[in-house]
Design a protein around this ligand. Sequence first.
Ligand code: ZN
Length: 501
Amino acid sequence: MEAKLHELKTRLLEIDDLSRAGAVLNWDQSTYMPPGGAEARARQMSTLGRLAHEKFTDPAIGKLLDDLRAYGESLPYESDDASLIRVTRREYERSTQIPSTLVAELSNHASTTYQAWTEARPDNDFNRLRPMLEKTLDLSRQYAECFPGYEHIADPLIDFSDFGMKASSVRQVFADLRQALVPLVQAITSQEVVDDSCLKQFYPEDQQKAFGEMVIKRYGYDFNRGRQDKTHHPFETKLSLGDVRITTRFQDHDLGDGLFSTLHESGHAMYEQGVSPALEGTPLANGTSAGVHESQSRLWENVVGRSRGFWEHFYPQLQMTFPEQLGKVSLDTFYRAINKVQRSLIRVDADEVTYNLHVMIRFDLELQMLEGSLSIRDLPEAWQARYESDLGMAAPDDRNGVLQDVHWYGGIIGGVFQGYTLGNVMSGLFYSHALQAHPEIPAEIAQGEFSTLHAWMKNNIYQHGSKFTAPELLERVTGGPLRIEPYIQYLQGKYGEIYKL
Ligand code: ZN
């Protein structure tokens, strides 16, 4: 068994090397690569991806997993080796169940569609994308059909990013959340609109960057095992556990954009930096699901980074960094500005309170498309109708409507949006448990001190990588399934105070 386990780990390490090399190429493409490199880079990344996929779906891996199954089950469930055998088997079965021809077809189709979307969105031309999107829907259904026995056709697709969740369980969470959010949004938006002009002054980029990096260093993001660079669409990427990078962007006249993007990505990165080194080079050395990953980015961006305590400590430093812009702006004015709530059309610019309504619209439309009750032809109209009924606004055009998010135009339809809201809900839940264990955390945050909170997250969540599924992790950490109450209480408490509800 020792020898077989060793062989499995050796093979997985080689596959991981190929995947991480692909991640380096991808990072470089999004940061420093000159445009002339695009064509060769696409080919190089696809070669590495294909090699990694071939090696992972090699029947020899299946044989090793079969031989190791009984051994794995004889070990304690949470041991590294038992988890490795269990999780690798799950991913192996998933990868071998999808024909490689379908993988290749979807990957080619996704890159063609993405290219077309980059031009069609500025041109506001949904019709040009319609035939492509129809094919995406067809391929997405074929993908789901590779996993028969589902309850809802979206379930296998939800599994890809949030393993263990189903359309029915997500629907239930979303319905409960909606009941609490709609009255809160109504109460807030019936009040006078908050003035956030203090954030829209000229802010030199170098100082924005230095301030954000000072904050995330204090959070515990380790620059010896990471770095931050500029890109168009911020992201976090793991090149190894010793090299977890983030990217951000800055706008001269919007202080919040760059700063909160840095805080957000640092949360994703601290999760990956906190994975136990013993898991390096295996499928366990990743965050466990889209939802849990997003819980960490949202925690450090919003629950901590937009809290009053946080700014009681950091605002004087921000004022010293930008004396002309903020010298005469009070902490209260600034705090209200960074927490401004308003009905809006664009998901990525939405505030904490309305954000989840944007996600629910997309999730519901995805389910309807997969079920066949909504055709691609009718999608733009359905989108508009939902924005009018849910947010009381209609987009002036598709560019600010159905064309705004890349997800459907660069991948599959189904399972790609729920993780954002699950992450928000989990951020409130995990934070409430950290507070139960350490009631001193808010006072520490107000001193610019984050080590207790960071250590709690690391011990309870980060170190395990993907040993546990999200439902298993929730059970271990919170003693039960996903609950929305702590998140709702967090929102009601914070915004009730800001808006004096
Ligand atoms: Zn994120």
